[in-house]
Design a protein around this ligand. Structure first.
Ligand SMILES: Nc1ncnc2c1ncn2[C@@H]1O[C@H](COP(=O)(O)OP(=O)(O)O)[C@@H](O)[C@H]1O
Ligand SMILES: O=C(CO)[C@H](O)[C@H](O)COP(=O)(O)O
Length: 565
């Protein structure tokens, strides 16, 4: 190991695991990687401490998994690379968002305290926690009635996945937790607090998930009081108005953590970031009108522009939200990889599982191989990709998945392919919304776990959208982005960079491989897309709320079943 090399560390806290990389600041070479699969994963049935079944649509996490991620991955990076602590000039982290938790004034999560451990609301609410939809609906109705000027920045609706519906749910369903919480914060900011001993708040989670803007700050006291008088001062009582832009130095690594993980105390730590937004410069995108698609459990569609446009169903548009000096747009699909996981785990016949096992391949690979032999339109199937609700453009987690065209001859690979195609149609509809509202999409760069796992999926996305798909060089773009912002937090004087654009020029890259649309496939998919749009509007825009009626029946029946047993 050349002692003159300088490195930064980026840790991407994903939905199921934390992934860390050690990156050469001069070249972007990933000198080592380490992964920690969360011991408690996604908590959606019962708490790790036991107790009654969690209510429907709860999705929680254990902050101890975040501490274990730091303490397991960073020592592994140093061990496998041979890098010396003094060669590491900075650490940056990104997180799924809005993943939030209640904590004491010293940062202790309430779920660490014995008296609160049995209470689900004391635990981390993961980004995909969908049990605050009622609070989101009521918040949106009040915001619309008051004519709140910030609502159009979020596509006209605040999602139940974002910060304040989750806060309101805690207040109404567990007022004792709300009262005991000195701090309510994003997990991204909590991990940085754990690393540095300083509580900081970053502009990306604040801007996209907590209705903050650089020009106007948070919504008014009157607005919060209109939700519930007890929320009037929530920002000043349990949050902060000191919001730091991306690349800011949050502080130095505190000694007790540095000692445990083998880095030097005082190593620069960047403010926290969001897993989708941080990936953008790591794919080389630092200028407008290039869509970055972070493709994993979900898909996040990220675009930069010099102007602010109001686009239907956006998760948000935030000034400086992704890169300084530009408006950053975020759209998304709440479930993509999750849908394929559901089908592989719940839907394929044992014969297919056995076939895959005999051949020493995974079920995804077997299905991909079989589905690759099908032609667009051949299955007669069409899916609405709402297995975990709709994030963009309808912003409604109470919508559910659907597939039409099934017959007695339908095969598993046809279903698998139709699920992929349905998610691709969802992406095409988001791209159309951007262009319809004045934000052109001139290029597409994909990153995340899916491009490395499923070539058929990538080709289908190119065929459905009619666009070329480039792929980021790194297989860990979010962690690479965090490592890049760590270099900026350290600054050039300490071996990093003074701005993210320079860091991107030196540390980011794209692969030579390009997925190009096939003209005939695109023509067939455009026919199918028209059918998708009809189903999308019929079931998603109020013509028939059968999905919501069925979901209400399920909740009622499930509640009675739980009471009976
Ligand atoms: N071969 C595959 N084809 C399609 N989806 C896959 C495949 N292998 C894994 N997945 C899905 O990819 C998702 C994980 O994506 P990844 O980007 O690694 O994680 P995260 O979303 O937590 O960042 C899971 O939802 C999983 O079901
Ligand atoms: O909404 C988000 C980003 O703004 C979530 O962080 C993202 O959807 C999480 O998904 P994944 O597990 O696929 O990284």
């Amino acid at each position: 190991m050349d002692a003159r090399r300088r490195f930064t560390i980026g840790i991407d806290f994903g939905t199921l695991s934390g992934r860390a990389i050690l990156v050469d600041v001069a070249t972007g070479e990933e000198a080592a990687t380490a992964v920690y699969e969360y011991e408690n994963g996604v908590i959606d049935e019962v708490l790790p401490v036991g107790g009654p079944p969690l209510p429907p649509d709860f999705a929680l996490q254990d902050p101890a998994d975040y501490v274990r991620t730091v303490e397991r991955t960073i020592p592994e990076l140093l061990r496998t690379s041979g890098a010396r602590p003094e060669q590491v000039v900075g650490v940056g982290i990104d997180f799924t968002s809005c993943t939030m938790l209640p904590a004491r004034a010293d940062g202790t999560p309430l779920c660490f305290l014995p008296e609160f451990r049995p209470n689900p609301h004391a635990w981390v609410k993961l980004w995909k926690h969908h049990a605050a939809q009622d609070h989101a609906n009521r918040l949106n109705a009040i915001a619309r009635r008051r004519g709140e000027p910030w609502l159009p920045r979020y596509g006209g609706k605040i999602s139940s996945e974002w910060f304040f519906p989750k806060v309101w749910q805690i207040l109404e369903e567990a007022p004792e937790v709300y009262a005991a919480a000195d701090r309510l914060l994003e997990a991204a900011d909590w991990v940085v607090w754990h690393l540095t001993g300083h509580e900081t708040r970053n502009s990306t989670t604040a801007g996209y998930k907590a209705i903050w803007s650089k020009r106007e700050g948070f919504p008014s006291r009157d607005f919060f009081a209109a939700l519930d008088p007890r929320l009037a001062d929530v920002v000043d009582q349990k949050m902060s108005r000191r919001i730091l832009p991306q690349g800011s130095l949050a502080g130095g690594l505190r000694a007790e953590v540095a000692e445990r993980i083998g880095l030097l105390p005082g190593t620069a730590v960047a403010v926290g970031n969001v897993d989708a937004h941080v990936a953008v410069p790591a794919t080389t995108v630092v200028s407008p009108h290039k869509m970055v698609m972070v493709m994993g459990t979900s898909i996040c569609h990220m675009v930069l522009d010099r102007e602010e446009h109001m686009v239907e169903g956006m998760c948000g548009v935030v000034e400086d939200g992704i890169l300084p000096g530009l408006f950053g747009y975020e759209a998304g699909q709440s479930a993509v990889g999750d849908i394929f996981a559901w089908y592989v785990e719940q839907g394929i016949p044992a014969e297919y599982q056995e076939q895959a096992r005999r051949r020493g391949i995974g079920p995804h690979e077997l299905l991909e191989e079989k589905a690759s032999r099908l032609k667009p339109g051949e299955s007669g199937l069409l899916a609405l990709d709402w297995w975990n609700g709709n994030r963009s453009v309808l912003v409604d987690v109470d919508l559910t998945g659907m597939m039409v065209g099934m017959t007695l001859a339908t095969r598993p690979e046809e279903i698998y392919r139709a699920l992929i195609e349905g998610t691709a149609f969802g992406t095409r509809l988001i791209m159309d919304a951007f262009e319809r509202h004045g934000v052109p999409i001139e290029e597409v760069v994909a990153c995340g776990g899916l491009p490395d796992r499923n070539r058929l999926l990538m080709q289908i996305y190119a065929d459905v959208t009619g666009r070329e798909f480039r792929v980021a060089r790194s297989s860990n773009t979010s962690a690479l982005g965090s490592a890049m912002f760590a270099a900026v937090a350290a600054g050039a004087a300490r071996g990093g960079y003074d701005d993210i654009v320079t860091a991107a020029a030196r540390m980011a890259g794209v692969r030579d491989q390009v997925y190009r649309p096939d003209a005939e496939s695109h023509r067939i998919y455009t026919e199918l897309y028209r059918e998708y749009q009809l189903l999308h509007d019929y079931f998603g825009r109020g013509a028939n709320d059968v999905m919501k009626r069925l979901k209400a029946l399920r909740a009622r029946y499930r509640a009675s079943t739980v009471r009976a047993c």
